[in-house]
Write a protein that binds this ligand. Sequence first.
Ligand code: SF4
Ligand code: SF4
Length: 460
Amino acid sequence: MRISAGLALPATLLALLSKTSGVSAEVLNSDVVKEKEAYSKKVRMIANVVSVSWDELPWKVDEKRYKRFHQKYTLFSRTGWDPKIQEMAKQTPVNMIKNMSEGTHSTLLDYALMSAGWWAAMSSSWEMDWGDWGLVSWESKMPPTFSIAAATWRQNPQLQELQKKFKEAVEKKPNVMTEIVKKVALYLGADLVGIAPYDPRWVYTHRAYNPRYHPGEQYKEEELKLPDGLRYCIVLAFAEDYYMQETAECGPSMGDIGFGYSRMAVTSGSLAEFLRALGYIGIPSGNDTALSVPYAIAAGLGEYSRMGLLITPEYGPRVRLAKVFTDAPLVPDRPIRFGVYEFCQKCKKCADACPSGAITHGDPTWEGYNESNNPGVYKWYANGEKCFEYWCKSASPGCGVCVRVCPYNKPNWWAHEVFRDYLAPVLGGDLGKQIDDLLGYGKKRKSSEWWGFEYNEVVR
Ligand code: SF4
Ligand code: SF4
């Protein structure tokens, strides 16, 4: 029997599981899972990551003031009903044509790649707004031949008995269920996975159906009701491609951003189906249903940053986030600290580089800028309206300049990792940022550098 070090299951429990659920006692870890686990372990050791309690984080929540958020106030949802934001959005197609005609930032090829990247996300899921449809359905939509989570199987007494025995076994051993879930999540496509306790504060009060994503339909909203009994949120992070993101804003970075959303939908939906097949609740979620960043912080995936995004030790801010809510027994992770708050206080590279002025140079506050910020949390707020306006002007959905320039964004190679995880934090945000600049990190690369040729030379 070969058991990988990272996912070794106690032998007695393996024997129990093999009797109750058919899980093989032979554990052969997939290369892809091993690589992700080993990379994360190595980086977290170099970066001196420490686990802390939620109360030890620099970010504070004023429980009297903080209110759960209505999804309609997110910038994405406002494109569906707010005339001010809709006016901004009208500029995008005009500027796309301008970009393609001039062929300077982005070409026909870049927008074709963007279209490909978004394909699964936008044609097969509602993870950008309403949730609970297609890939992010809350119940199985599969035929029974291919999934034991299918509706007809749920009435099968023999399957119910097998699921009951399995659930009784892992209820007493949530660490085993956690290992199972994390392994499956990494195999199904996540690059990082963590477990947060279910916390209703981060769940939207209402969901909003955005006609911008459903052409020909009307805006609607309704109170969001999740099933009772949820215990945990499994948080998934998907690394974007360093070299594609070097072309942000515009260029191939747009395709990579879209493909991140497609991966989110496929992986979170598949993991939810896995949980449902075992008899648990599995609710997949992208931008719908709940706020991702606080859940990712609670799940120990990273720290909050000046730019308002999560910064992970492994990939910096270059990640997309998805979630799966469940009632399965799991062991929650703890928030982590590795010096991002202190580094961000001095660095400000994202605020200097942001073309719209959406990122503050100031200190954290309890207040945001507009209705797309939710006050009552002590943190750095970003001005989403300015950010979105720039996306429309540049015709680059996602922009990503802030992610590109952040000193925590480095390619996966040991010298860059040592700088990111060890040297930069030791140098501090001021000097760390200056040396980051001197070494040439964060510079914008041309679209042609990723494709390997000048588009205008080819079509001339
Ligand atoms: S660029 Fe600097 S200030 Fe901005 S998020 Fe990254 S580390 Fe923090
Ligand atoms: S995405 Fe672009 S416009 Fe928005 S905050 Fe980042 S750098 Fe600024």
